[in-house]
Design a protein around this ligand. Structure first.
Ligand code: GLV
Ligand code: MN
Ligand code: MN
Length: 389
């Protein structure tokens, strides 16, 4: 299945993926999902927020166990972040069917919409809308880099933006959610284990810093006469690194918009996106407050996700099922996931991580060995069997 998906949205120049939510490649991936569901005789539903659900059994009668992930990517992302969880979900169902396992409750495969937030800036749009963590009023006005709102984009994709919002009916169908994901770090390499279980997700957020200045000629404007927003922006980049390292947390500026972006002009406006994360919310908040005065304009919080501590009983049960004699390792992560959003909304949720030999992620270099992916599928099948017994 990963091979089937390998070409969709791939940039031949870099081998990175461009799978923005609701873009042509992502729509193609949604079609692929529908085909896989149909091939297995699963009932496909798209909820009001664009999330896809493929059910074995009827969750309207009794809530079910759901597994899955997302098919969108960060820009120039890897092949595994998201898709590994979706293909492993289908593959685990195949394993169960081959074992003649008959689940005694409905079993679902989910594909959440716009997990990465690459296009509209807010991550986990599908699961946040589903759970009410993001209001439809705010979601509909989010704009992409072309200036199109989510409402415009949904309408163009043939969806009704008026349907967006908290969806208790769909949420009530999910008794438990398990997301398998490629590890985004090297803990499993160090522990010499192919599969681990998630312990917690660090609190994290994104802030836009605006630096207003005055656009002017690069050749004729004397240095003392300039109001160049690139200078305070440069100070922010260095200060963010310093503030993060003092607190032993992480802070990143990975996206910048320079306006008008001419080589021969002093810019008039620089906008920079700060992503900050750490085990303790207090440190992350303190870092943002320390940096806030460096902006030469507004600072806006575009998303915030509080700490997620996954259900202790569930994670230990999964570690035992996956690990056999030596329970699978239970690991914290600095990466956000739909499983974290569902957990925050009160759905018992858990995650499995599959070893990543280099630890690299959000990059074309992201990788997982086939044997480890297969170990992940077997682990997920055993987990589903346990939860559906
Ligand atoms: C999602 O991958 C995130 O943590 O940014
Ligand atoms: Mn990601
Ligand atoms: Mn992901």
């Amino acid at each position: 299945m990963l091979e089937e998906l390998a070409r969709t949205g791939r940039d031949p120049a870099t081998n990175g993926y461009l799978r923005d939510a609701w873009s042509p490649p992502e729509l193609e991936l949604r079609e692929w999902f529908a085909g896989e569901a149909a091939r297995r005789g699963l009932d496909l539903r798209e909820d009001r927020n664009g999330n896809l659900w493929a059910w074995w059994g009827d969750p309207a009668r009794e809530p079910g166990v759901v597994t899955g992930s997302h098919l969108d990517s960060v820009r120039q992302g890897g092949a595994y972040d998201g898709p590994l969880g979706v293909v492993s979900a289908f593959a685990a169902l195949d394993v169960l069917k081959n074992r003649d396992f008959r689940p005694n409750r409905p079993l679902g495969v989910a594909c959440f919409t716009d997990e990465e937030g690459a296009r509209f800036g807010v991550p986990c749009v599908g699961s946040r809308l589903l759970t009410g963590m993001l209001t439809p009023e705010r979601a509909l006005t989010l704009k992409d880099d072309e200036g199109d709102t989510l409402a415009d984009v949904l309408t163009k994709a043939g969806r009704d933006p008026r349907g967006l919002g908290r969806d208790d009916e769909t949420l009530a169908q999910v008794a438990t959610f398990v997301e398998l994901h490629v590890e985004q770090g090297k803990a499993l390499v160090r522990l010499d284990r192919p599969v681990g279980v998630a312990q917690a997700i660090w609190p994290h957020g994104r802030w836009r810093f605006d630096f207003h200045g005055r656009a002017d000629h690069a050749g004729t404007t004397r240095l003392p006469d300039r109001d160049d927003p690139m200078l305070p922006f440069a100070r922010l980049v260095l200060a963010a690194r310093d503030a993060a390292s003092r607190r032993d947390i992480v802070a990143t500026i990975g996206k910048v918009r320079v306006s008008p972006n001419n080589a021969n002009a002093v810019p008039g406006l620089v906008s920079a996106w700060l992503d900050a994360r750490g085990p303790d919310e207090t440190d992350v908040r303190a870092l943002v407050e320390e940096l806030r005065p460096l902006a030469a304009g507004a600072v806006s919080e575009e998303s915030w996700t509080p700490v997620v501590d996954f259900d202790h009983g569930l994670r230990e049960r999964l570690a035992a099922v996956v690990g056999g004699d030596t329970p699978a390792p239970i690991l914290p992560t600095g990466a956000g996931h739909d499983a974290g959003i569902l957990a925050a909304a009160g759905v018992p949720s858990a995650m499995l991580f599959v070893r990543n030999p280099t630890g690299v992620s959000h990059s074309p270099e992201e990788h997982a060995e086939q044997a480890d992916c297969q170990a992940g599928v077997v682990a997920l099948a055993s987990v589903l069997e346990e939860l559906c017994r």
